[in-house]
Ligand binder design. Sequence first.
Ligand code: DLL
Length: 433
Amino acid sequence: MEQYFQQEFETMSRAKIKELQSDRLVKQVTHVYENVPYYRKKMDEKGLKPEDIKGIEDLHKLPFLSKADLREAYPYGLLAIPLEECVRIHSTSGTTGKRVVAFYNQHDIDLWEECCARAIVAVGGTKEDVCQVCYGYGLFTGGAGLDGGSHKVGCLTLPMSSGNTERQIQFMADMGATILCCTPSYAAFLGESITEKGMKDQIKLKAGIFGAEAWTEEMRHDIEKTLGIKAYDIYGLTELSGPGVSYECSEQKGMHICEDHFIAEIIDPDTGEVLPEGSKGELVFTSITKEAFPLIRYRTRDICILNYEPCACGRTHVRMTKPMGRSDDMLIIRGVNVFPSQIETVLMNLGLKSNYQIIVDRVNNTDTFDIDVEMTPEMFSDTLTDISRTEKQIVESLRSMLGIMAKVHLVAPKTIARSEGKAVRVIDKRKLV
Ligand code: DLL
């Protein structure tokens, strides 16, 4: 029989969901209007007062919010409660000083962890399970979110964080981990390493909760086969809390969005117009229960389709497809968000020009990240030692900006093809959808 973590909310009738969303939206709009000057200004500019929003049918009147707003308001400009009420921050990787930072009070943390607990129960998790969390712990939301969810379900939690594959596998075997939480690419890598070590018969895993980056159905089948588990998708973003905004159920046919906490819309990324049910477009979220850092009509830049058909699992919350791409130039490499502009900043700071090309691929289920950078004519006459020193400098600066390693190749001046229109900065060879 299907198990739920919060059955009352997860299986609420569509009519009740709409009612609850309307009610919460009206309160949320009042909360931000009264407490966040940034929102008040945006609403005033549109001639909107909180009383103009009477329910979800009025949602479309509200202005959008984008990553640019979050950067402009950095760090406290969108905070809706006194700072001393906050207990945590999380952040995405980004240019120093212009990271996106999200704030939480204890209530926000509890609700977020409950969403992650729903995801764990949806894959069959109970207090009898041993849940190994190898998402990164720290500013990234993956570790903290699934860790909190695992506690709420009552699983024995293994707070491994990312990396150290030997130790991961040893604990997985010794502690009898049954649920694995990590990025799909790391899951695939763990699968390969377990096979290589001949340890498959010591592994008790039954399910995996994998997200934070795009992955295909082929990759799902591959991971399921190598690890002998069922592999489920989970989606979320720092700005809205982290993982658990949506998650897959036993049907594995789309991710249920926690609609009692988030209202989802699909818009045309060019015009901002709300698209009819079933359309493919940019996903926009309004967080209706967050207190510290509520976002109204936040443009995720993720492109997907919403499916309102009833699901056989009994959950009534709308399902989203896997993100099918983005409406901006953000890349997700080994789970880390990378904007080409960040790479450009590093190169400029080191006195290089913006003639570069990023080449991303996926080899053996792991993302490769190469950057060709043109030398300036002055550098071209440098000795090989000088050139390799510069390469190292770039790698190091990129690592401290992004938190991941790139392979940098300095190439001769004028070897990167010039374009007559937009420069082709990124060659993404991964087949992700
Ligand atoms: O990646 C939160 C997360 C942690 C989700 C652990 C799932 C598991 P950010 O670092 O802020 O947050 O990145 C958010 O990652 O807008 C999507 O483009 C992408 N993304 C997240 N989950 C998925 C997924 C976390 N399941 C951005 N499939 C989002 C494809 C995903 N893309």
